[in-house]
Design a protein around this ligand. Structure first.
Ligand code: ADP
Ligand code: MG
Length: 692
């Protein structure tokens, strides 16, 4: 349970002064629903109001704080025009400019003859200095309360800076002093303060340097987050290591019977060897099999599952969607049949008799390999002796689910997680630090490279012509529509419009699939395309994951400049799966920005997912990398994997050392570290402690 000392931080933002229902919604969407989320929302800018020029010294465009005497008020003759207030000092004159001001407010704030301090941006208009809507207007006595250095925060439409600043200040004030969880000498060596002081400092930058990722306060907070992440993964790993495993060692007889029409690649053979070794050991396997789409993960998984069956156990394979589960089933079925292995599919749609029958046979051990979706997690699904669980397309499953799966096998289930999302090494550490990793870095031989081209959207007509020719050749086409951030609705509209447009040209051969459709509708649309009933599939990024249509050899990506590199790579991976030559057209809106141009260039240069992932990290920083949010990879609020790479490595080592000495987090530092884990919402990791 979360310690009481953290309660104020986990209160809803509603409890902060000035946050009513309207602001609550905006702020929650931007930063998060809890007080602590506001603490993590760090400033990205700084307004420095320390310059105090006389009017004659004011410079165009600068932020200045000035003492002035209020002169004449000049209301506008027409409503549209601004209301002007003349002010002056001994050096010159200036005008304060207001659009649609409240007359009472103006009269009260700027009474004629009074002395006022105004702070804001100075602009010159027809040679005269003026200040439009000063940020602050105070009396001379109130000068002390005027913030001369103001932190600026990322905002969202409808949210203005002032109330937001106020809410954040209140949130930070709620933060309690917490016991120090960092190593004293380490803090000293780095010149870092305690957590509370670092939080304050991070929200009160004194210079632009203080906004940098490596400024002491920010680095300290980032390190805290990285340590929490590494410690949580370390705890999971430690727990896994302690759970008894079981020795699973097949004799190869079923593997020999499977009619694979090819030899394994070197990378596949190596991965399989690692898996065999893990399974044969009496420890539990928790291994990640990483490899690009088409690198041959499924085959490796099948052979691993056969190993379990040969040894007299069962295996399960889980996919993130019904369709993928069925696809796996269809591709495994002939191979299993040839080897005399009993394969079954359990989907969420299986109800009544059929379901009961499957469950019964599963419990009796009459089913060797079960393929399915999350449905396999359900309590009433009981295996006789599950030795290996394969989880495909991992990114929909979190660490917690990985562990939940563990318990399925009763005593000891080995886990093999497959992911097609290439992840740079540094990120692997943060997301899968609890797992061992095998990488399929090599593709099966004979793959044709995908002809990747970039062209401006103006050439759409040419693209449509090329489509026509491709269709005549019997090809099928994916047409992916732009991703508009934060608005699925606009995504859908764009896809619907393109669908209507292509329908006019190509008729009923055009299908549509998008995220707003019901899962069954989506599956149907995909199936019609897979079966060839439709031959152009207009889609939003929902097709990113998994589905295999070998006849689809053309991929058109509209507004390719809006996609991340990894996403482009995933999308392109939908083609080039058959033997035909494949094309990928990246349609972009000119002119291209520098980063977008670099992305498209890399796409043309390489199909190597690992290289693309590294480049992606380099180009973007880890923030949005791989669409981390969708992918369920570790998400960091404060740390930036690229800029804090060195801190990540240090956190990794530190976590190891801590757990070596104090695996149950029972020393004083250990207890403080528990608070750290709760602070960063790694609650589940605490459950793996004896006294958690
Ligand atoms: P992944 O699951 O990694 O996307 P798959 O296992 O589905 O890849 O393999 C993609 C395709 O490549 C399949 O048609 C599979 O039969 C084929 N394949 C797998 N391994 C090899 C290999 N060593 N040599 C030739 N083809 C292979
Ligand atoms: Mg696959």
């Amino acid at each position: 349970m979360r310690p009481e000392i953290l309660f104020p931080l986990f209160a809803p933002i509603r409890s902060l002064p000035g946050i009513g229902p309207r602001l609550e919604k905006l702020v929650a969407k931007l930063a998060g629903p809890k007080v602590v989320d506001l603490c993590w929302h760090l400033p990205t800018g700084l307004v420095d109001r320390r310059r105090r020029p006389k009017i004659a010294e004011a410079r165009d465009g600068e932020i200045a704080t000035m003492e002035v005497k209020v002169g004449l008020h000049v209301p506008p003759r027409i409503k549209r025009l601004p209301y002007r207030v003349h002010v002056h000092d001994e050096t010159g004159e200036m005008q304060l400019v207001f659009f649609n001001p409240h007359a009472d407010w103006l009269a009260k704030t700027l009474p004629e003859g009074a002395t006022r301090i105004v702070s804001g941006k100075v602009e010159f208009y027809q040679g005269q200095p003026q200040m439009t809507h000063p940020d602050h207007i105070v009396s001379v006595e109130e000068l002390a309360s005027l913030p001369l250095l103001e932190a600026v925060y990322p905002l969202t439409a409808g949210l203005t800076l002032k109330p937001f600043q106020k809410a954040i200040r209140a949130a930070v004030e709620r933060a309690p002093d917490l016991p120090e969880w960092q190593d004293g000498p380490w803090l000293k060596a780095r010149g870092w303060t305690g957590w509370r002081a670092a939080l304050d400092a991070a929200h009160a930058p004194q210079s632009h340097d203080d906004l940098g990722a490596l400024a002491p306060a920010r680095a300290r907070l980032a390190f805290d987050e990285l340590l929490a992440n590494q410690l949580a993964l370390g705890l999971v790993r430690l727990r896994m290591r302690k759970l008894p495993g079981r020795t699973v060692k097949g004799d190869g007889r079923l593997r020999a019977k499977v009619p694979l029409p090819f030899a394994l690649t070197g990378a596949q053979a190596q991965a399989l060897k690692e898996i065999d070794t893990d399974m044969a050991s009496d420890r539990r396997m928790l291994r990640l099999l990483q490899g690009d789409v088409g690198s041959g993960k499924t085959v490796v998984a099948l052979l691993a599952m056969l190993n379990a069956v040969e040894a007299g156990f069962q295996a399960a394979m889980m996919a993130p969607t019904e369709l993928l589960a069925r696809q796996h089933y269809a591709s495994l079925a002939p191979l299993c049949a040839a080897a005399g292995v009993h394969l079954e599919l359990l989907s969420g749609r299986d109800k009544g008799r059929r379901r009961a029958d499957i469950l019964e046979r599963l419990a009796e051990g009459a089913i060797d390999i079960l393929v399915g979706t999350h449905a396999l997690f359900q309590e009433e699904v009981a295996f006789k002796a599950l030795a290996l669980a394969v989880v495909d397309e991992q990114h929909r499953f979190g660490v917690h689910q990985r562990l939940q799966l563990q318990s399925k096998g009763g005593t000891a289930t080995d886990i093999l997680v497959m992911t097609a999302t290439p992840i740079p090494r540094t990120l692997t550490l943060t997301a899968y630090g609890d797992m061992d990793v095998s990488r399929l870095t090599e593709k099966p031989p004979g793959r044709q490279p995908i002809d990747t081209r970039a062209m401006p959207l103006e050439r759409l007509a040419e693209v449509v012509d090329a489509m026509r020719r491709a269709l005549e050749r019997g090809a099928q086409v994916y047409w992916v529509c732009p991703l508009v951030e934060e608005s699925e609705e606009i995504d859908v509209t764009a896809a619907e419009e393109r669908f209507a447009h292509l329908r006019e040209i190509f008729g009923a051969e055009v299908g549509l699939v998008h995220g707003r459709m019901k899962p069954t509708e989506k599956d149907e649309a995909m199936e019609r395309f897979a079966g060839g009933a439709t031959r152009i599939l207009v889609a939003t990024t929902v097709i990113e994951v998994g589905v295999d249509v070998p006849a689809a050899t053309v991929m058109v990506i509209e507004h390719a400049e809006r996609f991340g590199l990894a996403q482009l790579h995933q999308l392109r991976g939908r083609v080039g799966r058959g033997t035909g030559k494949s094309i990928c057209l990246l349609l972009y809106q000119a002119p291209l920005g520098e980063t977008a141009a670099a992305r498209l260039k890399i796409m043309r240069e390489t199909e190597d997912g690992f290289r693309i992932a590294e480049e992606d990290l380099r180009l973007r920083g880890a923030g949005e990398l791989l669409g981390t949010r969708q992918s369920g990879l570790a998400e960091f609020r404060l740390a930036d994997i690229e800029r804090h790479a060195e801190l990540l490595a240090a956190a990794h080592d530190d976590a190891r050392m801590i757990l070596d000495r104090d695996a149950e987090l029972e020393t004083d530092r250990g207890k403080a570290l528990r608070v750290l884990l709760y602070l960063f919402e790694r609650d589940e990791a605490i459950r793996y402690l004896r006294s958690g």
